[in-house]
Ligand binder design. Sequence first.
Ligand SMILES: [Zn+2]
Length: 335
Amino acid sequence: MDQIKKLSENERKKIVSMLMSSHDTEANTSLSFTEERFSNGFFCPHCGCVENIVKFGKSPNGEQRFKCKNCGKTFIAKTNTIFCGSHKSFDLWMKFLECMVDQFSIRKTAVICDINTHTAFVWRHKVLDAIASYNESKKLKGVIEADETFFRVSYKGSRNLPEGRKAKKRGTPAEQNGLSKEQVCVECAIDRNGNKVSEIVSLGPADTKTLHEVLDDKIIRGAIFCTDGFRTYGLYAEDNFGYIKHVVVNEEKRKNGIYHINHVNAYHSFIKLFVGKFRGVSTKYLQNYLEWCNTAYGVSGESVKKLNIVKPAVGSSFAKKWEEIGDRPSLPVAA
Ligand SMILES: [Zn+2]
C-alpha cells in the first residue's frame, strides 16, 4: 500500500487496469447456474435431503429434472429460487441484478436488459422478496439504537382502495399533520455491527404490541437498547426487563458516552433518500424497498448475487407470477 502511494497517476491507472483484467478472467470462468446452485453437491430444495437424488427425465423446457427419493418430489435447478418460472437466461438475470446493485430505475433496467418494464417490475420484486427472506434471519446484539420514522401512505397503483379513500395525485399534502393515520410508521433498529431491521409497523405511532412483533425475535439477550424518551420504548423495555438494558438518550444532550441514536438517525436519512429516488413507492411495496435499503446501506458494491438469493434456504418459495406480487394488500398494516 505504501508503494502504491509513491506511484504517479499513470502508474496507478495501469495497476487499476491490470486488476480489472484479472477480474475479467474470473468472470469468464464463472459458474453456470446449476453449478452454482449445487456447489455443495446435490440436495433436495423441498426437504433438504442430500442423498438418494436421482435424475428424472427432462422438464418441458429441456432442463434436467431430479427426483428426491426421500420426499418423493421432483425438482429442477431453478426450483424455489427467484429464477423459478422464468425462461430467460441466467446471464440475463445476472445483468438484471447488476442493474439493481446500481439502483437503476425500472425503465432504465428494462432498456439495458432488453425486457419489458412489466417483467422488470416483477423481477425486481422477486429479488426483493428473496432479499427479505435473507434478512429475516438477521439478529441484533450489543448496543442497539432504535427509532421510528414515517412515510406518507400511498395507494399508487392499487386497484382496490380501502373504503372512503380516493386516489390522490402525487404531491397532495397529507390531510392531517404530524403522526396521523395518513402516515405509516417504520420502526428501525441498528446495532454497532451494522445489522439492521426496518419494518412497517402501524398507521400512526407504534405501540408496544407492534414493537414486540417486530423486535422480539430479533434482539439477542443482553442487548443495550438506546432510544429517545418516547414512552412506548420505556414500556417495551419494562416488558423485557432482565433481557435487555434500556438507555434513554437525553433529547438535548443527544449523547450519553457511547450511547446515542445518531446511527439510527443517519439510517433514516439514507432510507428517505433511497426510497425517494424511486419516486412514489406505494405503501404496498414499501417493505420490499426497506429490505433493499437494509442490504444496500453501508455495503456499497456488495453484489446482490453474493447474498444467498441464488442459493436460498431449503423450502423457500418465491412468487412466480405477477398476480402473486400485485395481489398484496395495498396497506400492509391494520387501518
Ligand atoms: Zn426431498
